[in-house]
Ligand binder design. Sequence first.
Ligand code: 9MR
Length: 843
Amino acid sequence: MIRRLSILAAAALAATCLTGAPAMADGPEQIANGTFDTTTEPWWHTGNLAFDLDGGRLCADVPGGTANPWDAIIGLNDIPLVKDETYAFTFFATATPGKVAKALIQLPVDPYTQYLSANPELSVSGNTYAYTFTSPVDLPNGQVAFQIGGSAEPWRFCLDDVSLKGGAEPDVYTPDTGPRVRVNQVAYLPKGPKNATLVTEAVGALPWQLKDADGVTVSDGVTTPRGVDASSGQNVHSIDFSAYRKAGEGYTLTADGETSRPFDIGGGAYQDLKLDALQFYYTQRSGVAIDDALRPGYGRPAGHAGVAPNQGDTAVPCQPGVCDYTLDVSGGWYDAGDHGKYVVNGGISVAQLMSEFERTKNAPSATPVGGLNIPESGDAVPDILDEARWEQEFLLKMQRQDGMTHHKIHDENWTGLPLLPHLDPQKRELHPVTTAATLNLAATAAQAARVFAPYDAAFAAKNLAAARKAWAAAKAHPDVLASTSDGNGGGTYDDADVSDEFYWAAAELYITTGEKEFKDFVLASPHHTADIWSERGFDWGHVAQLGRLDLATVPNDLPGRAAVRASVVAGADTYLATLRQHPYGVPYNPPTYDWGSNNLVLNNMVVMAAAFDITGTLKYRDGVLQGIDYILGRNALNQSYVTGYGEVASKNQHSRWYAHALNADLPNPPVGTLSGGPNSSIQDPVAQAKLRGCKPQFCYIDDIESWSTNELTINWNSPLSWISAFVADQGDGAAPAPPTCEVAYTVHGSWPQGFTTQVTIRNTGAKAIDGWSLTWSFLGAQKVAHGWSADFTQQGATVTAAGESYNKKIRPGQSVTFGFNGTSAPGANPTPDLFTLNGAACA
Ligand code: 9MR
């Protein structure tokens, strides 16, 4: 706000749309930021404008040569209107040179019904304008729009002190946090850690009781006072009831006169979550009809498949002046609750799905993901890869002939809610190519080249060629950055530092090909040895961790690989230390929580899970099991962030098509959908109205309009699905038995078409092994051609060799040896990291 004499201009009072005397300006203020003191958030503008925060005013240079008022708009969404309430709408505005603008309060979606329409005559010195209107509707998401297009000449518009007073008092929002004993509302593993948090004023330890479904106390103890927790501002105690190990349903925990929400002790729920979190992707698909038979209640016509009113995605032009061609960029997943498709966000999502699959090849105890009930189910390819391919095909389409890759494709302007994908009438546009997008394509295509190789050689080859081309293009254009202001109609996903993207891409290319160029790049990158395990963790804009994790967990011959593996373990130690200090057991505790904090928590858990896969050391696994407690209810809000999991769970995530909160005919998000979770910056109006001054854990509201705290995205469900698979793999939480076998796998020779390998299994246990089958996986499309001294079967990259009648017995301390000739395949052929004998990992 600029200080000025506040005189209501006579001209404004005479303005056309007065519906009576201006209301007394004493109703509640509905506009969270009308003064522009420090920010223009959460106001938006059409793509032909840019905001300029000019001395406490919001200003914009309006281009000349547009035809209609609505060709340039500055707007604010999500203003609640109450039927029959009278509102006073006032603002100060200037125009240089003078102009007539349109000021509207309206429905944000077609037919854009106008409840107030004014035509203020703006001058260079500026005036304050005042109008009143009575709302004919109850509407949670009214829109303020200044339409400033239609001028032949360019001009400058400035706005300040926008106020809409009247209607309902904004709620004094106090979340209903239920009982003060906070638990994982879904399930603890019987033999895993079991921790809870008590919110209390008490300073000294208090007794607790664990009760079964009949209310019988089955265990008790005393709390551990933990003082005031910075992330919630609450005085808390922690409760450890790990010693109780009996599976069952409907347990509760009582302390300080409060009884927790119910929970199970058992692993079954995680088998469901493992599938649900992945099934999320099918209903995010663009370009194809969603089959209601596969997802009852979620069927819908194909979105953006080149059919009106959609204006895409089969032949999408660039933003004006960006390119002179169109691309078919149909398919892929919608990024989030909007209809945009962004390469850097798609990149990490598809990478994490492929990594979830690769983990089943390389990690002890990881079991394949079952059927996802998608159209491709029943083909010869694992469903998780079929789903990943849906996105990877789209990423490939975003690549230009020269290898550079478009950053994103989305609507020209933001659309309102609700809006099913097939009804989106907005113009679709390709945005400029960027180095970050190009490197995301290089990384994911390199990974796809190895994981798809056993199933589809042509697709694998296409990916490898695209990855190489992208790598070369990024090297030639290393600093083409996404614009920080290209955020109209879609997210900016800007990133000023792409050195981590270079590292990730080089790592994936090296793992897949084993080639020197990529090895040298990896070894020379500062990200290879830096401490990249920051408290904040990793996400779409911080991807060095993806490279380091894969170098550590996917077999390869990188010099110094042991140190790479040790560095992941060191990262896990950092997160474990954070978790142990945190009275809610969260491996994330920065002073402010970032946008999508739940995905950052989950990604830090991925690092601990990888450390467990590498070392077998239980404390890392237990860190993951405690982390999931936070996501599923052991938190300050006493709620689960996964739809359908836990007695109280997020269900109104910001989405244009799971918009049940706005249209009862539409569904809520499917079960297994993660909400982004607490975000200290609360950029959206709902959060700003209700959560101002929030402590980090309280910066969340399960409101469909709270896009900055409560959205769903493909890159948030990807760590959820990775982690839920990991937790499901822990069964009842029993510690894996120590290995009783050792394997020596020696490639004695290789030639262009093949290689010959000898494998020795030694029984290092105390008992005789009577009948064995040994399993390992190749990196890519290598195949056992013929073998000796064992029976071989192969599925995809995974080989099982079973003892024959004469060598099926291995006495303690003894060994058997068998061998095979393999068929070579493009790329590297490293020694597998993992050998599993009769289902248990060997040393
Ligand atoms: O997840 C993104 C977050 O990391 C950024 O800070 C934020 C602002 O740029 O954008 C988030 O991504 C949103 C994107 O811009 C548009 N689609 C929905 C995404 C999730 O809220």
